[in-house]
Design a protein around this ligand. Structure first.
Ligand code: PMP
Length: 340
């Protein structure tokens, strides 16, 4: 029998892909965990499933209940799909600056979408804080109650990576993994994979790849939460130590500017035929830097978080890239072939 038990059973067990270009450039084996092949097309399907199962297990999410979350998009897509498959209504609060493609997907998945201005966390109308208040209000109104998924500080997010992503990487590499590096949004992926791999191999090296405008590079490298610059990346970058990040110790910290991430993204397309979203560019850039720090012959794993179609009007749009002073890959400006 090769039939999946239910929709949730299709999440995870993603392939680990050798990135030929990155491996050849560094003399290491650079491997990408193909999380864009999850049903919601991102790594966040895992967190959505982990959070929903945990809330059901604790008796907080009951039949007729509503799931509420503030998200940059991918978690919303995961929650909407998993929620729908289990009969729950989902309400997603998103900063209006996020890509239209992600907003469309949330609507298509059947969730209600609430757009709020992109304001800092200290503002009560910040998407995360707004979603918390909305969950409290709905919990009083809706007969089945409402839960706030709270992906940043709900450690069911980290735990799903301890329980699934890390053991998958361990088995897929036959225990040969020497290093793991990725960017942080909530920190669930990085902290969970770090915990799961270190339990099997205590000296595995763990690194963070942090975009400009995020405060974590300075925190892990110099002990100070300080952000500089800005980034076109979505879903990553963080200004505080979330509960998912608490206790995490790192061996390496890298600050990756957008230009470097875009170079790695464009190479991934020409070397492997993989058209990824920006966080994957940050991640592969981090993996190449870790490879250079560790030296040739090591096996380094990172995450291919989501697919480029989620950002077609930004990452794959020559006008947008030019306006941001980022390199424009030649294929975006090619004239279409015509019969002479
Ligand atoms: N990449 C993308 C595209 C994302 O949407 C996210 C999560 N928002 C991440 C990376 C980071 O994952 P995590 O929340 O586990 O740190």
């Amino acid at each position: 029998m090769q039939i999946k038990r239910d929709f949730a059973d299709t999440i995870g067990n993603t392939p680990l892909i050798r990135l030929r270009g990155a491996s050849e450039r560094t003399g290491c084996e650079i491997l990408g965990k193909a999380e864009f092949l999850n049903p919601g097309q991102s790594v966040k399907d895992r967190a959505a499933l982990g959070i929903i199962r945990d809330a059901i297990g604790r008796g907080q999410l009951r039949p007729g209940g509503v799931i509420v979350e503030g998200t940059a998009g991918n978690t919303g897509i995961g929650l909407a799909l998993v929620g729908a498959s289990m009969g729950f209504r989902t309400v997603i609060v998103i900063p209006e600056t996020q890509s239209q493609e992600k907003k469309d997907m949330i609507r298509i998945a059947g969730a209600e979408l609430v757009e709020v201005p992109a304001v800092p966390y200290r503002n009560p109308n910040n998407y995360v804080r707004y979603s918390e208040r909305l969950a409290q209000a709905l919990d009083r109104q809706v007969p089945g109650g409402a839960i706030w998924a709270n992906q940043f500080d709900n450690v069911a997010n980290r735990q799903v990576h301890v329980d699934t992503t890390a053991p998958e990487i361990w088995e897929q590499t036959g225990g040969a993994v020497d290093g793991f590096v990725c960017a942080v949004g909530t920190g669930g992926t990085l902290a969970g994979v770090a915990e799961g791999l270190r339990a099997r191999k205590p000296d595995v090296k763990i690194g963070i790849a942090d975009p400009d405008g995020s405060a974590l590079y300075h925190h892990y490298a110099h002990g100070e939460l300080k952000a500089e610059g800005s980034s076109i990346t979505e879903g990553i970058g963080q200004g505080r130590i979330t509960r998912n990040l608490e206790g995490l110790e790192l061996d390496f910290a890298y600050n990756i500017p957008d230009t470097e991430a875009m170079e790695r993204l464009n190479e991934m397309l020409s070397d492997e035929g993989l058209a990824m979203g920006t966080s994957s560019g940050i991640n592969v850039a981090g993996a190449e830097r870790l490879a250079r720090d560790m030296g040739r012959g090591h096996t380094i794993v990172t995450v291919l978080c989501d697919y480029g179609t989620r950002y077609s009007a930004k990452l794959y749009d020559a006008g947008f890239l030019r306006a941001k002073n980022l390199p424009v890959p030649g294929f975006l400006e090619r004239e279409p072939m015509q019969v002479p």
